[in-house]
Design a protein around this ligand. Structure first.
Ligand code: DMJ
Length: 455
């Protein structure tokens, strides 16, 4: 599947950000501005490496060396460029030892820094790579920045300081953390929107899915990647998860555990495909949890994995919808037409993989295999892999996009699910939110905040 996705991108979309596998041409979305930065190449590199596809890896490396240029007049998403490009380049560097990836990651990070020039230091969602001018998405509440965007920079930025000896990156993300720590949180929950001019929350919507998700993930992973030294991050994670469990996690009438969303003063009993990553997060955070509740969090992870599997199993294609409800007799099923699509997302398989690593219960491999077969049957087209618009329809129509995260995440997690645990052991590697593995840093005797001589 990886070969099919890569070869077709190589043939029809090379250098573009993504591939349209049916039209057989390049594709891009507004997260990459009008740039042609080879997002699929950068996102796929470490997967190619891990799978032993070394010729393909070298092709990608050559393209990056010769063509990847960040001085383009293009307005890109700071978050997406960070998780896909900086995360992808850093992982490729750590795995292969090739300097070019580190050099490019640092160049690109320099281009993102102007986004932090706001009255509060909370970055804009978008920045023009040439002019450095930043702004926020027009649709975000009251000109706000998004929690899952400005809160998902920590891992990559700490690694950048570690690798360069320049504390600037570390200082930027620690400033965000300090600011968040000082703020009041309604019911202990973090709202999704924060205004970077005033430092005040926008609408009090809270989500463990889109707009919130990877902020929580990075609190846990900040602790893990610091070799468990960053106890401040662990505490923030524990506090947040306790509030989430109290206010957002419920059991449906049919006994399915789900994570709802807080909106306009009430709990919306709807869960997104994106939210399904949380099963893996709970399992990953079980060890080291407060009050020795490891068993509880592993169980919660298993329950979320089960619910998300049900969301796949209750469809015609055996692929999960974008969002599903637990309301009025409906359980784990999408209701609105515009929530029935599957765009090659990884979160459910990601959770299967973490659950597999922590329990070795064979059902997770079985569920992963079901998903792999369904993707191969319904999303494979002759020019690559495409998302489908309705997982309940027996004659699906395609969206004609091969997302870069399909190669970065979905196929990587599937491959890892059927590999031995000594391939990227979780004691040594922490995966960023785009599934790019970064090594645990042993920083006990060093400081990242002003001592440039630590490496
Ligand atoms: C990926 O880019 C990342 O996993 C991100 O955290 C959420 N969305 C997509 C995949 O669905």
């Amino acid at each position: 599947m990886m070969k099919h996705a890569w070869d077709n991108y190589r043939q029809y979309g090379w250098g573009h950000n993504e591939l349209k596998p049916i039209a057989r041409k390049g594709h891009s979305t507004n997260i990459f501005g009008n740039s042609q930065m080879g997002a699929t190449i950068v996102d796929a590199l470490d997967t190619l490496y891990i799978m032993g596809l070394h010729d393909e890896f070298r092709e990608g490396q050559e393209w990056i060396d010769k063509n990847l240029d960040f001085s383009v007049n293009s307005e890109v998403s700071v978050f997406e460029v960070n998780i896909r490009f900086i995360g992808g380049l850093l992982a490729a560097y750590y795995l292969s030892g090739q300097e070019v990836f580190k050099i490019k990651a640092v160049q690109l990070a320099g281009k993102l820094l102007p986004a932090f020039n706001t009255p509060t230091g909370i970055p804009w969602a978008m920045v023009n790579l040439k002019s450095g001018v930043g702004r926020n998405w027009g649709w975000a509440s009251a000109g706000s920045s998004i929690l899952a965007e400005f809160g998902t920079l920590h891992m990559e930025f700490v690694h950048l300081s570690y690798l360069t000896g320049d504390p600037v990156y570390y200082n930027k993300v620690m400033h965000i953390r300090k600011l968040l720590q000082k703020m009041d949180r309604p019911n202990g929950l973090y709202p999704n929107y924060l205004n970077p001019r005033t430092g005040r929350w926008g609408q009090h919507h809270t989500s463990v899915g889109g707009l919130g998700d990877s902020f929580y993930e990075y609190l846990l992973k900040a602790w893990l990647m610091s070799d468990k030294m960053d106890t401040e991050a662990r505490k923030m994670y524990d506090d947040a998860i306790e509030a989430i469990e109290k206010h957002l996690i419920r059991k449906s009438n049919g006994g399915l555990t789900f994570i709802g969303e807080w909106k306009n003063g009430h709990l919306e009993r709807k869960m997104g495909h994106l939210t399904c990553f949380a099963g893996g997060m709970f399992a990953l955070g079980a060890d080291g949890s407060r009050d020795d509740k490891a068993g509880h969090y592993l169980q919660l992870g298993a329950e979320i994995a089960h619910t998300c599997h049900e969301s796949y199993d209750r469809t015609t294609l055996k692929l999960g919808p974008e969002a599903f409800k637990f309301d009025g007799g409906v359980e784990a099923v999408a209701v609105r037409q515009n929530e029935k699509y599957y765009i090659l997302r990884p979160e459910v398989i990601e959770t299967y993989w973490y659950m597999w690593r922590f329990t070795h219960d064979p059902k997770y491999r079985q569920w992963g295999w079901e998903a792999a077969q369904a993707i191969d049957k319904y999303c494979r087209v002759s020019g690559g892999f495409s998302g489908v618009k309705d997982v309940y329809s027996s004659s699906p129509t395609y969206d004609d996009v091969q997302q870069s995260f399909f190669l970065a995440e979905t196929l990587k997690y599937l491959y890892l699910l059927f590999s031995n645990d000594d391939l990227l052991p979780l004691d040594n590697w922490v995966f960023n939110t785009e599934a790019h593995p970064l090594p645990v840093l042993h920083l006990a005797n060093t400081t990242l905040s002003g001592n440039p001589a630590y490496r």
